[in-house]
Structure formats: structure tokens, C-alpha cells
Write a protein that binds this ligand. Structure first.
Ligand SMILES: [Zn+2]
Length: 268
């Protein structure tokens, strides 16, 4: 069964990972711009990273028959210096025109600071002005619930944001209901140790259903598993979920959300 990896940081992955994902049925990856495991020192560092996301990764994925799409932004972790962040934001519009770009992301908050919020608001405005989808990163652990609420307020206060064009990622048991209730899409990030495990994700699905929900592996530079989505499918199958429900979560839902961008051209 084919699946879409809707949130994978492939710049930190080997070609062997691409091969394993292709063998497991992955046909498309969407890669948000984020921290690269280290702080970049200049705007040029971001320029090179955005070229990597829009030029090199699509070519690498193509070798394994996987379509590669991406998102552009300055992430909240490096967005805490507003002067620097604004310089990075200035180079973003040119990259939004690239053929594999789906929107602005992953923007959000990291430590819920005032500066992070200023840059989040600037990038929400950028997305609306350029008619882009938005992918949101929510903070971890004790900052998550508060941060998720601040982010949703910033999105809804803007006035130009349509909630069904925004996906709020890294939801957990205590944030998923509010995100869905407000009309946003929600993403569950499956990590082997932190965030949401496969079992917890299956529990959340059993409690909240499959509407406007997707699963992803993040597969970044930290301890993470690029096969987390196919493994979650196995867990759902083991628990007796139907093929149709599993396909909805791991193919149809990401397909529906991402297809709101004209650049997402994967067969339905
Ligand atoms: Zn991410």
C-alpha cells in the first residue's frame, strides 16, 4: 500500500533511507524547512538550505521514484533574533515560486518567547499575502499546550487565515481536540522515544477518528525512524483497523491537505 510521508527532514537522511522508504511504499515526501541540527550563521546559510530543499533533495528522491515537495520559512528555533529573522524572510518569496514548494513552514514557537511570536506573525502574514498553505511546529513538553494556544490565536487573529489551509503538527493527547475543534488539520509526529509513539498515535486515532489527521516520522537529525509511518500502519492493522481507514490516514488525508497547493501534483 502506498503512503505519503508528510513531514520528513530528508536533508539529514542517507540514500539508504530513501531506498527503505520506497520499499515500504513511500511515494511522496513533504519536507518542511527547520533547524538543521545547528544554528546557521548567515542569511546565505539559509539561502543554501532553501536551494537544497528545492533543487537537490527532489533529485535525490527521484532516484527512488519518490516525489519530493518542501516548505520554506525561518524556523522558530532560529527565529528568536528578529533582526536576523527578517533578513531571512526577505529571501523567502523567491523560493515560494519554486515548483516543489507547498507553502510556508514549519513556523511556530519553540520556547514561546516574544521574539518568536513576532516572527511567527510576520510569517503568517507572508503566507497569506502569497496565498500559501501553512505548516506549524508546536513546542515540546511543558511548553506545548500553552504554545499551541498562542499559535492558534495568532493564526485566527490575523483575519486572512483559513484554518483548513493550516496543519498544526506534533499534536498530542492534550492538544489534538482543540486543534481539530478550531477547524485546523492536525499532525502526529511518531518518534521512538519522545513525542508520540506508534501506540499513542493509534490510541489518539481511536479516540478522535481519522478526519483532518495525519501521521509523520519527522525523520530528522535526532533519534527518529524514517519508517515510523509504515510501522504505525502495522500497529493499526494489528488492532483491527480497516484498510480504508489506514489508507485515509497515511495517503488520502495528506493528499487532500497538500493538494490545496497547486504544486502538489500526485495522483489521487
Ligand atoms: Zn520538523
Amino acid at each position: 500500500m502506498n503512503y505519503i510521508e508528510p513531514h520528513g527532514h530528508m536533508v539529514s537522511r542517507t540514500t539508504a533511507d530513501y531506498e527503505r522508504m520506497a520499499l515500504a511504499g513511500c511515494v511522496a515526501i513533504s519536507e518542511p524547512a527547520f533547524w538543521a541540527g545547528f544554528d546557521r550563521d548567515s542569511v546565505k546559510g539559509f539561502y543554501d538550505y532553501f536551494r537544497q530543499l528545492t533543487e537537490y533533495e527532489p533529485a535525490r528522491a527521484k532516484k527512488f521514484g519518490i516525489a519530493h515537495f518542501c516548505w520554506i520559512c525561518i524556523n522558530p528555533k532560529e527565529g528568536d533574533d528578529p533582526g536576523f529573522a527578517r533578513e531571512v524572510i526577505e529571501i523567502i518569496p523567491d523560493f515560494l515560486k519554486k515548483p516543489n514548494v507547498l507553502g510556508v513552514g514549519e513556523i511556530g514557537l519553540n520556547k514561546n518567547t516574544k521574539n518568536e511570536l513576532i516572527i511567527l506573525e510576520a510569517q503568517i502574514d507572508l503566507a497569506v499575502k502569497h496565498n500559501q498553505l501553512i505548516l506549524v511546529h508546536t513546542p515540546h513538553l511543558e511548553d506545548k499546550r500553552k504554545g499551541t494556544r498562542i499559535i492558534m490565536d495568532a493564526l485566527l487573529n490575523h483575519g486572512g487565515v483559513e484554518p483548513d489551509r493550516v496543519l498544526i503538527d506534533h499534536v498530542e493527547e492534550h492538544t489534538v481536540a482543540e486543534v481539530l475543534d478550531k477547524g485546523f488539520w492536525a499532525g502526529m509526529t511518531l518518534y521512538p522515544e519522545t513525542k508520540c509513539t506508534t501506540q499513542r498515535a493509534a490510541d489518539i486515532i481511536e479516540m478522535y477518528g481519522t478526519e483532518r489527521l495525519w501521521m509523520n516520522s519527522a525523520c530528522d537529525w535526532g533519534i527518529s525512524d524514517p519508517l515510523a509511518v509504515p510501522k504505525a500502519r502495522m500497529e493499526l492493522k494489528r488492532r483491527g483497523h480497516s484498510e480504508a481507514a489506514i489508507k485515509r490516514l497515511t495517503y488520502d488525508n495528506p493528499h487532500t491537505f497538500l493538494s490545496q497547493s497547486p504544486n502538489f501534483n500526485l495522483p489521487g
